[in-house]
Design a binder for this molecule. Structure first.
Ligand code: FMN
Length: 177
């Protein structure tokens, strides 16, 4: 039996798209620039907030990418991607790459193992080989195995909440009392 034919809710109700998006916007996330393309002429970047960790052993992460995203074929053909966790000062990168890959001007990158662009100023970056893809409705669930990573404790993160970017001040993070 597939999940869609579970007997408990039948027939499956229609969920209003706008209310669905609104409810999900209450979930606070970080913002990640997923990059791919070992060849300079094929490099792509896409802003995502569907990124999450999956497994510690082996070290797996995932994100969900729209089936029609132009970056998807590059990730699939390279069988690799990098997940660059964006910092508070990198909102402009999130903005730029939420419109598709247009320009890398001003974006300083390096390459590690897979050849996917690594943002040198990001709070954390994870170089990944493609582990698996799964059906995710109108998105593809892309699972990567981390092959190299780096993190810098001094760079505060960029967050996303209710349709807006939010800066997170590390000193104010722990809720006390
Ligand atoms: C904060 C934010 C988060 C986003 N998260 C996702 C995501 O998780 N998955 C996705 O497919 N698109 C997401 N998008 C939209 C993509 O960034 C956008 O569709 C992009 O143009 C796709 O580029 P491409 O078609 O060149 O791959 C997000 C956009 C923003 C601003």
């Amino acid at each position: 039996m597939t999940a869609g034919s579970a007997p408990y809710v039948h027939p499956l109700p229609e969920i209003d798209d706008r209310r669905f998006r609104d409810a999900l916007s209450h979930f606070v996330t970080g913002v990640v620039l997923v990059t791919a393309g070992a060849r300079p002429d094929e490099r792509v970047g896409v802003t995502v907030n569907s990124f999450t960790s999956v497994s510690l052993d082996p070290p797996l992460v995932l994100f969900c990418l729209g089936r029609r995203a132009k970056s998807l074929p590059v990730i699939l053909s390279n069988r690799a991607f990098a997940a660059n966790i964006l910092g508070r000062e990198q909102r402009w990168i999130a903005d730029r790459f939420s419109l598709g890959t247009r320009s890398w001007t001003g974006v300083e990158t390096a390459t590690w193992v897979t050849g996917a662009p690594i943002l040198v100023d990001a709070p954390a970056a994870l170089d990944c080989v493609l582990q698996a893809t799964h059906d995710g409705g109108d998105h593809v669930i892309v699972v990567g195995r981390v092959v190299r990573l780096d993190a810098d404790d001094d760079r505060p993160p960029l967050g996303y909440y209710r349709g807006n970017y939010v800066g997170i001040d590390r000193r104010k993070l722990p809720l006390r009392g």
